[in-house]
Design a protein around this ligand. Structure first.
Ligand code: UDP
Length: 332
């Protein structure tokens, strides 16, 4: 398949580009480098530098490349920022994919894979989380992702678009060969912050809340390796052959891991101490979020290869150890 990877220079997109190459597909990257990294794109992969909302640029792209499938990773991912500046999120996470879909349909491209999120569920009423739970996001980040899911449903019915929406839990880890990894600026995610604190490159880790109703009082999340996420995106290709088909999958390992357990894994894997400060709860953090990915296992044959937090942290450590400043292309 010739696959347009929108956001292919970002964290999950860049890992997916490598998995596509490994599986014998032809990725083409579309990125505007607001958050993406040029060094994350492998040599020889064609790059189109443009905004998704740039209709003329997308027309040129779709005229030049015979794209079979479009994958969309080009979203902003900061929950707190989405509350403070919702306009930015409705523009980039809703209006931009709308413009991309518009261009796709103008050019007869009708297969789409969407990066959605467990944040579309809000504060779920049961664990582990299956696909059929009610979706009630509690911030504009989750809302814009749900809005795109709903738009895709309407487009499937009306225009024969076939699509899959993957609701990621906590994407984590890095390429096994240490070549690419996680480099957000600003960084807000637990594992890179814990590793950076252990390396002495970042301040002591703030643990947000120790009074949650969980076994050790800290929040539990479901950390899932980026390469495992990427493999699900490729496993869906056959199913997208049916016009108007639509699929939703929750992607996680199914294992709840607490903040304290992540810290212990980082200390074990790195052999370093993570300096910690205990801080109040962060607004909007549910106590526990973990997936029931049985549907993806049954229907896609998807099994996470990185099944433990130690295995995930090992790959992250390989990247951070070799790249203490990340890609080195952003001011920290
Ligand atoms: N967390 C923390 N300190 C940090 C960053 C995160 O204690 O500096 C906690 C956060 O409260 C949550 C978990 O780690 O329970 C994962 O947070 P992250 O921001 O990595 O992902 P999220 O679950 O928000 O998508």
């Amino acid at each position: 398949m010739k696959v347009l990877v929108a956001g292919g220079a970002g964290y999950i997109g860049s890992h997916c580009v490598r998995q596509l190459l490994a599986a014998g597909h032809e990725p083409v990257v579309l990125d505007n480098f607001v958050y993406g990294h040029r060094a994350a794109i492998p040599a020889g992969v064609r790059l189109h530098e443009a905004n998704l909302a740039d209709a003329a640029a997308l027309d040129r792209l779709f005229a030049a490349e015979k794209i079979d499938v479009v994958m969309h990773f080009a979203a902003y991912c900061y929950v707190g920022e989405s509350v403070a500046d919702p306009l930015k999120y409705y523009q980039n996470n809703f209006a931009a994919p709308l413009a991309l879909l518009d261009a796709m349909l103008r050019h007869g491209v009708k297969k789409f894979v969407f990066s959605s999120t467990c944040a579309t569920f809000g504060i779920p009423e049961k664990m582990p989380m299956t696909e059929d739970l009610p979706q009630a996001p509690i911030n504009p980040y989750g809302q814009t992702k749900l809005d795109v899911e709903n738009m895709l449903k309407a487009f499937a019915r009306a225009y024969g678009l076939s699509f899959a929406a993957f609701r990621y839990f906590n994407a984590a880890g890095a390429a096994e060969d240490g070549s690419i990894g996680e480099d957000h600026e600003p960084e807000t995610h637990l594992i890179p912050l814990a590793i950076g604190a252990a390396q002495g490159l970042r301040p002591a880790l703030q643990v947000f809340g120790t009074d949650y109703p969980t076994p050790d009082g800290t929040c539990q999340r479901d950390y899932v390796h980026v390469d495992d996420l990427s493999r699900a995106h490729i496993a869906i290709f056959d199913k997208l052959a049916t016009p108007g088909a639509q699929f939703f999958y929750n992607l996680g390992t199914g294992t709840p891991t607490s903040v304290k357990e992540v810290i212990r894994a980082v200390e074990k894997v790195t052999g370093l101490k993570v300096p910690v400060n205990y801080a109040p709860r962060r607004a909007g953090d549910p106590p526990a979020l973990y997936a029931d990915s049985g549907k993806a296992r049954r229907e896609l044959g998807w099994t996470p290869k990185f099944a433990t937090i130690d295995a995930i942290v090992e790959t992250a450590w390989r990247w951070h150890k070799a790249h203490p400043q990340g890609y080195g292309d952003r001011q920290r």
